[in-house]
Write a protein that binds this ligand. Structure first.
Ligand code: DAH
Length: 344
């Protein structure tokens, strides 16, 4: 047994000596040190030895295998370093060469507008609504009834609103105003939130209308909220979004959920108020609807209208983007033509 061990050792030493690179060294390692090697088989044969022989042979086997392992590992390290050095020398990178051009995507113009407007209202003290209060799939109650729409209101007509097949009161929301109701039902004043999102209407698609578009809703409810504050906040918004030189106009209007209601116009971006085809000769462009929250709405969400008041507003993201950049077809936002999108 001792002879056999020494014989293997001599052979192994010679082959380790002869190995010239990592690959040949690996072959030697497998041959002499792996689980199935002759050397390992000798270890397994230990059990057949006499009790006197066992410690002697055991010690020898351990000594030789430690010796071979060390030799292989040392040589392995030398070869590894050498091959790495060679590779580093060969694969040198020329940093003066032109790089490959990798086109990067960027943020969609509508998302840019939403981000910009949300940031403006954050600055004015409004926080972004929690998404669970602003669902796109909605029941009529939150999209219409609790917003003080009379039961027979034309907006509820099948022509305007997408109804869910099989569940007659489930709809795709037609306005982000549903989030007002959900926010007020789930929190106590003071409430000051901004709520952007998608809305859906059953319209025939044209340059001016798409059946999916985006709105941003705002709601402020507290003690002593006044129409003067509404004017102050929305004028400040227009100043920050369109620039300080653009005059605004508040026109009396009607929405079921606000009383009084207004629509806000800015001086036409194209003709500076002189009158052109974009503003239909009026010199003004309508940009948002707003008003004081109707006491009926407050009642419906269990807020005491004698103690609290509020204002709300809603605006169309596509419209505001089109006005700012003089885009004349709403469909451009949805076609994903990168020649259009790249410009923003
Ligand atoms: N929901 C209205 C619409 O889609 C917009 C609107 C008007 C929202 C007045 C409001 C508001 O919050 O006070 O036409």
């Amino acid at each position: 047994m001792e002879n056999k061990i020494n014989e293997i050792r001599t052979l192994a030493l010679a082959e380790i000596e002869e190995a010239t690179d990592l690959k040949t060294l690996e072959v030697v390692k497998n041959k002499y040190l792996s689980r199935n090697s002759e050397f390992n088989n000798l270890k397994k044969g230990m059990k057949d030895l006499t009790p006197e022989q066992r410690p002697v042979i055991g010690a020898l086997l351990n000594k030789v295998s430690a010796e071979l392992e060390k030799l292989v590992n040392d040589k392995n390290e030398i070869f590894y370093k050498k091959e790495l050095d060679e590779r580093l020398l060969k694969e040198k990178i020329d940093v003066t060469l032109d790089g490959d051009f990798v086109p990067t995507g960027h943020i969609h113009p509508l998302t840019q507008t939403v981000n910009e407007i949300v940031e403006i209202f954050n600055h004015l003290g409004f926080s972004l609504i929690e998404p669970q209060y602003s669902p796109e799939v909605e029941v009529e109650k939150y999209n219409f009834d609790l917003l003080n729409f009379p039961a027979e209101h034309p907006a509820k007509d099948m022509q305007d609103t997408f109804y869910c097949e099989g569940a007659s009161n489930v709809i795709l929301r037609s306005q982000t105003s549903n989030s007002q109701v959900r926010q007020m039902l789930n929190s106590k004043p003071p409430i000051k939130v901004i709520s952007p999102g998608r809305v859906y209407r059953n319209e025939s698609v044209s340059a001016r209308k798409n059946n999916l578009f985006h709105q941003i809703e705002g709601l402020y409810v507290d003690k002593n909220v006044t129409m003067a504050q509404l004017k102050g906040v929305l004028n400040e918004f227009v100043r920050l979004y369109f620039g300080s030189s653009r005059p605004t106009r508040f026109r009396s209007s009607y929405f079921p959920f606000t009383e009084p209601s207004v629509e806000i116009d800015v001086q036409c971006i194209m003709c500076q108020g002189k009158g052109c085809s974009v503003c239909s000769g009026t010199g003004w462009l309508e940009i948002l609807g707003a008003g004081m929250v109707d006491p009926n709405v407050l009642k419906g969400v269990n807020i005491d209208a004698d103690v609290y008041s509020g204002f709300a507003f809603g605006m169309g993201v596509e419209r505001l983007t089109m006005l700012k950049y003089a885009i004349d077809d709403i469909r451009l936002f949805f076609n994903n033509d990168t020649r259009f999108l790249k410009q923003f």
